[in-house]
Every structure is written in C-alpha cells, then in structure tokens.
Design a protein around this ligand. Structure first.
Ligand code: 5AD
Ligand code: SF4
Length: 447
C-alpha cells in the first residue's frame, strides 16, 4: 500500500509522522510521492490560524487525486484533527480517519483496516490518562539519519492564555523514564549520534502522574552519559520550570549542546501577566545570565508574539529591549492570532492588525541585525559540523555539505575529496558568515 505524509507544525509532529511512517513500513506499506499514493496522511497544526488554513488547502489538493483513483482516501492527524474531529467526515467525505496526539498509537492498525476497503469512518480522539507507549518502530530506513527525536512527554498543563495546545494535546503526561532511556540506548546502538528529547514543556517532566518521580534534570543527566552519544538537545523549555540543575548541566556534560530554545513571548511584565506565563522579565533575564555563566558559548533562540491584546508601544519596546540584551541567535516571531476557546479571545483591546504587522517587521529587522552580529564574530573560529546531507550551495568541482555546529547553526562545508560525509563530524574553520548560516573549510579528519 502506498502512502504519503504531509506534516505541518512543530517537531513533535515531525517526530509523530516519522514514527507513523516507520510503523506502516513495518506492515509492508511503502512511502510514495505526492502523485502516486493511495493513502494520504496529513499531520496538522492549529497553533495559529495560518497553519490551520493550510490543512484545508492540502485536503483540496488530495481530493484531486480521487479522479486518478476513486479508492484514494485520507487520514487527518494532530491538533486540527483533535479540534475539528468528526467534522472532517462531513466536510471531506474521502477522509476516513481522524486521530489526535494520543490516538496516533492506534492509527497504523486503523489505516490497515481502512485500506482493505472498509468504508467505515474512524475517530481516534480520546485522551489517555497516562502516556501510552507506542509500538516500537525504530528501524531507520535506508540512508538513515543519525539524528533522532525521542518523546519524553505529551500534552501541556500551562494554559497560556493565547494557546490552543492544552486543548488539542490534552493534559501533560510524562513517559516512564526507563522507556525513554531504553529508546535512547537502542537508538545510539543503532548508530544514532544526536538525540533531541521532545515535549511541549520538557522541564516539567515528572510533575504529573507519570515520570516515576524522576525529574527532567535527572533524566537529562542519564541520557547525557549514554556511551556513544555525541550530541544531546531538548525542546521546548518553559522559563518558569527550568531548574538550576538543568542550567548547571550545560556546563557539566560535553554531550549537551550549547543551545537552548527559551520562548520569551513578550518582554513586558504586564503582557506576560495577561499571557499567564508566570515569570517576569527580570526572572527571565536571571535565567539567561545563569545559562551564560554555565556555558558562555550558549546560543539562545526564542518565540515571540507581537500584538497580544492590550500590548502598547511601550510594551512592545520592552520586547525589543529584552531581545537586544539577550542577543538571540534567531527567533520565531508571530502576530497574535485568536484561537477558538482560548482565554485571550475575550481580552481587549485587540491590537490593530496593521500595527501588529508593523511591530513584527521592526522586531524581525532587529533580529536580523543581531543574527548577523552573532554569526560574524564566529568568522575565523574552529568548530565541528555534524553533516546532515548535501548543501544547496553546490559549485563546480567541489561538493558542498550541509552540517550543524554544536549550537545548531548551519555550516556549509565545501570539499573536493570524494566519499560520503553524511553522519560524520567534520572539523571546520569558519571562513564566512552569511545571513542565516556559516561557511567553513575542513581543517581535520572527520570522525
Ligand atoms: N497567536 C500567535 N502565536 C501563537 N503561538 C502560540 N499560540 C499563538 C497564538 N494564538 C506561538 C507561541 C509559541 C509558538 C509555538 O507559537 O510563540 O511559542
Ligand atoms: Fe502553549 Fe504555553 Fe503549553 Fe507552550 S507552555 S504549549 S505556549 S500553553
């Protein structure tokens, strides 16, 4: 059976799609291109209005394949599936399965039933009270990546006032630490060199019924010392939950990469309060100081929302100030968008869309300038790049590879020697800073 998966949204979704693909392959299914699949799976995101709209246009495109083969059908997973649920069956009759983030565990079996011609409609939308282990579908495919994601938890309990995630992904459920460790060890044994621990709020791991009393700091330390693991990352971190032990770990383990995504959302205390973020600007800045002390080369990135209801020009200026004093390497920034059912929908006054757009522009201009400076000072320095694949910057007789330095910055490395460098660590000297990436030359033996 040929299937095709389209993924929108966060790394959790990317990971879920990867798992689903492997689980279907283990049943003899085959991943196919957009034009010759029979089963189309769309893994969706509803964190803002834009990605939600993309789901409907994607389903419109899939409908066109019914002309080629009337037995074509679709499955919709992820946050929009959870939100709209069975509504998809009415709007798009060729959708036969909807599954949420907990329901995905049952998706491979449901797809198998539907693919043999069953005309039923299946909705896997229930939230489970505890983290449900999924079947093992580790086997990496041909040309396998040596980087892997590992889920450590599901859901979120924070209810930030703008955010739909607690409604679409349900309450926080930590996985059993032994299951996490077993999976990490098995991955490293199979050749994986870099692991990213994933969760909506990894720092509150274990603060629910799951997690067996193990804190995130403990779990992180245990993964960090797995023999053979070269790089360890984790995301996402909520500033209110990051423990001093986690900050200290950045200075204690070489495997923990010097980078952290620490969503700020706003630099204004009053906006943070109405966002229900439960930290202040000073608290956030103190965490940043501690991180820089533990690991002076740490690269910080963030998420920001502009135009939150009630945001004034002075509030926005506070965000620019924090951006400047932290010196983020890069950031994701968004215009506030009303999501169904969240508390901020009822907050006033709404910021005029043009004003929000103008603030977003100013913020992104400042970010580009900071990014440029962060990259520029790296010219001439030595580091190593973990090669992920061929770079788009091919030129003449040399081959250019795309890798990442320990902080996650993209480094393009040109070499005239043959051989496959994918999955290798290549020592490099940075020769040039581009707008969003670095260029390096090899200055040692890959390992
Ligand atoms: N409007 C705009 N941005 C949002 N985000 C989450 N909800 C909203 C919303 N309603 C952003 C936050 C979050 C990121 C994943 O998406 O910055 O960190
Ligand atoms: Fe949404 Fe806040 Fe939970 Fe992040 S911590 S998923 S922003 S509610």
């Amino acid at each position: 059976m040929k299937f095709h998966i389209t993924t929108f949204g966060c790394q959790m979704n990317v990971h879920d799609s990867q798992w689903l693909a492997r689980a279907l392959e283990s049943r003899g299914w085959e991943e196919a291109g957009e034009d010759d699949a029979l089963v189309y799976i769309v893994n969706t995101c509803s964190v803002r209005d834009k990605p939600e709209q993309k789901v409907y246009s994607e389903l419109g495109r899939i409908a066109a394949h019914l002309k080629r083969d009337p037995s074509v059908f679709a499955a919709v997973g992820g946050c929009v599936a959870q939100q709209i649920g069975k509504g998809f069956f009415q709007r798009f009759p060729f959708v036969k399965l909807v599954f949420g983030s907990d329901g995905i565990a049952g998706a491979p079996n449901a797809l198998e039933r539907l693919a043999v011609g069953s005309d039923e409609r299946v909705a896997l939308l229930d939230f489970m009270p505890v983290y449900e282990e999924r079947e093992h579908a580790l086997a990496p495919v041909a040309g396998h990546s040596r980087q892997a994601f590992v889920n450590i938890m599901q859901g979120c309990d924070n209810f930030c006032s703008y955010c739909i995630v607690p409604y679409t992904r349900g309450r926080q459920k930590s996985r059993h630490p032994d299951a996490v460790l077993d999976e990490c060890r098995a991955l490293v044994e199979s050749g994986v060199r870099e692991i990213t621990l994933l969760g909506q709020n990894v720092n509150s791991f274990g603060m629910d019924k799951g997690g067996a009393g193990v804190s995130f700091a403990d779990l992180l330390r245990q993964v960090a010392v797995i023999d053979g693991l070269d790089r360890l990352r984790f995301t996402t971190s909520h500033p209110k939950d990051i423990a001093p032990e986690v900050i200290a770990a950045f200075g204690e383990f070489d495997t923990i990469c010097p980078s952290l995504h620490l969503p700020l959302q706003s630099g204004s205390d009053s906006v943070l309060k109405s966002m229900r973020r439960r930290y202040t600007r000073d608290h956030y800045l103190a965490i940043v100081d501690a991180l820089k002390q533990a690991r002076p080369d740490i690269a910080l990135t963030t998420d920001l929302i502009v135009g939150f209801p009630g945001e004034t020009e002075a509030d926005f200026q506070d965000t620019l100030d924090v951006m400047e004093s932290v010196g983020y390497e890069s950031s994701f920034s968004f215009k506030y968008s009303d999501r169904p059912g969240v508390a901020a929908v009822n907050m006033e006054p709404k910021v005029d869309s043009e004003i929000a757009a103008e603030r977003l522009m100013r913020l992104q201009t400042l970010q580009n300038n900071i990014t440029r400076k962060c990259l520029k000072i790296l010219e001439g320095s030595s580091t190593h790049a973990f090669i992920e694949g061929l770079s788009r910057m091919q030129d003449g007789g040399t081959t250019s590879w795309k890798g990442r330095d320990p902080a996650g910055r993209i480094v393009n490395v040109a070499t005239d020697e043959g051989g496959d460098l994918v999955g290798m660590m290549v020592p490099v000297r940075i020769t040039e800073a581009k707008k969003h990436s670095l260029v390096g030359e090899r200055n040692g033996e890959p390992w």
